[in-house]
Design a protein around this ligand. Structure first.
Ligand SMILES: Cc1cc2nc3c(=O)[nH]c(=O)nc-3n(C[C@H](O)[C@H](O)[C@H](O)COP(=O)(O)OP(=O)(O)OC[C@H]3O[C@@H](n4cnc5c(N)ncnc54)[C@H](O)[C@@H]3O)c2cc1C
Length: 452
């Protein structure tokens, strides 16, 4: 089985290593860096910068932990090196993993020459074709830039200009209050920037549980972030002194820099997809079924370009499932990908994480649920760590006790949610969590309390 993969992000890398283990002859074509945008532009550098900001915040709280004040300050050049070292190390280790599994790694820009041939164009412009029995398109996405703005990477930034920018903004205006926007608000706030956030609706994180969003809004307001609600940016003026963001309700929000966090668009242009007969939807995503198969039986799409859930974790799992389908084992005893059960996290302070059914969704569906909630304020470990903000909320079936979902706001929420993700995936009951013998003192004890 000649399995050719376009794009070496989480979807492509996982499909390649798993496919090779299952016996496919795998070729992976990447134009930039192994690990993909996830490694170079998105998940990794953003979280590396947030981790630095967390240390700064911790240093600011030193006196509350029985220490003399600590004078920690940002070193922009050291931060830049730290981010690129992490990215490079991850790329190297993933490259080594691919090579150890016998994956043929080709550098270049890939496109479909026909439905069974992939064209690889090297940097010098020369090209050659590779034959394929199965093809996975996993070329990811890039930031959406509306027609009314032209990012210059200096004053008008996309997320890709921010790792870190040339200077830490004195006053950053963030456009977009989804997951990416709020993470950048938190990041630059922790670096000492004044931050204003333009929120197009009446709630940050419009798709999240209102109680969770309210906890984050409270924290933003407490830390001095200005929220402009119900405002949609429609224009930006910039000069050497700063920026002015014009909103549809005529408000003008001035700052030193502006950052766009208003979604992404799929990298499906210039891939020769239409010519090869692959169907795209009206937004440019590849149309796929629940096995990530396109309208052509041997061409698959996984990751952001599949238009499902734009998460690295989902992209990896899709890649894994594609490899199994390519090798003909998808009908055996393996689980189908259920996007409803994907855990996700927002790396703010406090962190936010959720999985499965949300309380608001259950009400909208008219479904009876049991909701239990405990604050971290009663947790010994949270008090010991000096951060008892937030809560754990568990949604379960009132008749069977099966865990249907949950939300966590608080330190380490992105780790703690794994327990609820496992529970939701394998249909554990609340009593399974309550009766687990957990560590004391640990934040996880609040999971058992919330499940009780
Ligand atoms: C700021 C930000 C932070 C994020 N943080 C998180 C997070 O914390 N956790 C999380 O789960 N998700 C996060 N995401 C989402 C996550 O980054 C994406 O869902 C994930 O990267 C998608 O993986 P992918 O495999 O589809 O593609 P990508 O990671 O986009 O990789 C695609 C690869 O294909 C290559 N490519 C493109 N075109 C071609 C071509 N023609 N030929 C050869 N190669 C090509 C690209 O160079 C790239 O390496 C974040 C997104 C953003 C914007």
């Amino acid at each position: 089985m000649k399995f050719v993969i376009l794009g070496g992000g989480p979807a492509g890398v996982q499909a390649a290593t798993h496919g090779a283990r299952l016996g496919a002859e795998v070729t992976l074509i990447e134009r930039d860096i192994v690990g993909g945008a996830a490694n170079l532009w998105d998940c990794v550098p953003s979280k590396a910068m947030i981790a630095t900001g967390s240390v700064l915040s911790l240093a600011g709280r030193a006196v509350t932990m029985g220490l003399k004040p600590i004078d920690a300050r940002l070193d922009l050049e050291a931060l830049r090196n730290r981010v690129s070292q992490i990215t490079q190390r991850l790329a190297d280790s993933q490259k080594a993993l691919l090579q150890s599994q016998g994956v043929m790694l080709l550098e270049g820009t890939a496109s479909l020459k026909s439905a069974n041939e992939v064209l690889v164009t090297r940097n010098d412009g020369t090209s050659y074709a590779v034959g394929a029995d199965a093809i996975l398109v996993a070329t990811g996405s890039r930031p959406r830039i509306p027609s009314w703005v032209n990012p210059d990477g200096v004053r008008i930034l996309t997320t890709r200009d921010a790792y870190p920018p040339n200077e830490i903004p004195k006053h950053l205006v963030v456009i977009g209050s989804g997951v990416t926007g709020v993470e950048f608000v938190h990041m630059f706030r922790s670096f000492g920037s004044r931050v204003s956030l333009i929120v197009s609706r009446q709630q940050v994180l419009p798709n999240k549980d209102p109680e969770v969003a309210a906890a984050l809004e409270d924290d933003f307001i407490r830390s001095g972030v200005t929220l402009y609600k119900g405002a949609r940016a429609v224009g930006i003026e910039a000069d050497e002194n700063g920026v002015a963001v014009v909103c549809d309700d005529k408000r003008v929000i001035s700052g030193s820099h502006v950052l766009l966090a208003i979604g992404s668009i799929p990298n499906t242009d210039a891939l020769g997809l239409e010519a090869a007969g692959v169907l795209l939807d009206e937004r440019g995503y590849i149309v796929v079924n629940h096995h990530c198969v396109s309208n052509l039986a041997h061409i698959y799409a996984a990751g952001d370009i599949s238009g499902k859930l734009p998460l690295a974790s989902v992209a990896s799992m899709q890649g894994r499932k594609v490899a199994e389908h390519v090798m003909g084992i998808s009908s055996r005893s393996h689980r189908h990908l259920d996007y409803e059960k994907a855990a996700s996290a927002i790396f703010t302070e406090p962190e936010i994480a959720d999985v499965g059914l949300a309380e608001v969704e259950a009400f909208a569906l008219g479904r009876k649920i049991r909701v239990t909630k405990v604050p971290f304020a009663a947790n010994a470990r949270a008090l010991i760590d000096g951060d008892s903000r937030g809560f754990i909320k568990i949604i379960s079936d009132p008749y069977t006790g099966v865990v249907l979902g949950g939300s966590i706001v608080g330190q380490n929420a992105s780790e703690l949610i794994s327990v609820l993700a496992l529970a939701v995936t394998v249909n554990l009951k609340v009593t399974d969590i309550v009766e687990s013998l957990l560590v004391h003192p640990a934040l996880a004890e609040s999971l058992a309390d919330a499940a009780d």
